[in-house]
Write a protein that binds this ligand. Structure first.
Ligand SMILES: Nc1ncnc2c1ncn2[C@@H]1O[C@H](COP(=O)(O)OP(=O)(O)O)[C@@H](O)[C@H]1O
Ligand SMILES: Cc1ncc(COP(=O)(O)OP(=O)(O)O)c(N)n1
Length: 266
């Protein structure tokens, strides 16, 4: 059984963060594990409070896993503050970490700063060079590069700039574009596009968390990066199509892909 770890924040309403990641790992038939960096009080309408976990406990969670269990892939999501970032980078650097996917979570769809703005530099300096794949959405790519992204040509320029920050691959997600939801992969040489029709729904809470966890799951299964993203894109498209309302705001994606596949629905 392949084992995948998420290092991220808890989302009390279950649509994003640790909860979305673990659901995604299970839907891929994998064993999911978690290191919790922060606890958020969150629902479909917004984020109402955040408690960062102490760096001591974050370090101990990582050590408890890696000292005992072999990990096939790791996904990093919400990391909140500079001290958390430094602790994760320092602790992971003591282990052979395979297939690290970093989702540089910054601001929730409801507008809450899940990464303190002053922690951006630490994220770029300490975490990005450890990544096999980094998966910014367009607003995150704009913050990381300092450039405005309006269309595909801008996404390509941003990908080249982020690649210089030393991840192995850069995937810029196009969920925030107006027409098609095109994601762009850059490996330092070539660009690859992942197309999907824009699905007309307001229920997209946790799409970025789900995509990065699906990529980590597929890398754990020893797929190439390009194939892992292709399969993850198919997964998120179905998860968005199956999304539903659970509250008054932005509802979550749904995670029964493998079951849908077996049932011949995909
Ligand atoms: N309405 C949509 N229809 C189809 N795909 C979408 C839609 N919204 C987002 N996606 C896809 O979901 C994934 C996550 O993208 P995005 O929503 O941009 O990330 P984030 O949640 O980090 O903002 C990407 O593959 C993107 O193309
Ligand atoms: C605890 C936690 N982590 C990450 C996010 C952001 O998730 P994302 O997939 O980008 O979804 P939206 O917030 O944009 O819906 C989160 N909200 N909470």
């Amino acid at each position: 059984m392949k084992k995948v770890l998420t290092i991220a924040g808890s989302d009390s309403c279950g649509g994003a963060g640790i909860q979305a990641d673990l659901k995604t790992f299970s839907a891929h038939g994998l064993f999911g594990m978690s290191v919790i960096t922060a606890v958020t009080a969150q629902n479909t309408q917004g984020v109402f409070g955040v408690q960062d976990i102490s760096t001591e406990l974050i370090q101990k969670q990582i050590e408890a896993i890696f000292d005992d269990i072999s990990v096939d892939a790791v996904k990093i999501g919400m990391v909140s503050i500079t001290d958390t970032i430094k602790t994760i980078a320092e602790t992971l650097s003591r282990y052979q970490v395979k297939n690290l996917v970093i989702d540089p979570v910054m601001v929730s769809k409801s507008g809450y700063h899940l990464l303190q703005p002053e922690a951006k530099e630490a994220l770029i300096r300490y975490l990005l060079p450890m990544a096999r794949v980094v998966t910014p959405n367009i607003p995150e790519a704009e913050v990381i590069t300092g450039m405005k992204i309006n269309h595909l040509e801008d996404m390509k320029k941003a990908a080249v700039q982020i690649y210089q920050m030393k991840p192995e691959y850069v995937l810029i997600k196009g969920g925030h574009l107006e027409e098609e939801a095109i994601d762009l992969l850059y490996d330092g040489q070539d660009f690859k596009y992942y197309h999907s029709q824009r699905i007309d729904t307001k229920n997209t809470h946790g799409t970025g968390c789900t995509l990065s966890s699906a990529i980590a799951s597929n890398l754990a299964k020893e797929m190439s990066v390009a194939d892992a993203i292709e399969a993850a894109k198919a997964y998120i498209s179905v998860a968005i199509k199956q999304s539903f309302s659970i509250g008054k705001g932005v509802g979550p994606t749904h995670h029964f892909y493998e079951l849908y596949k077996k049932a011949g629905l995909i």
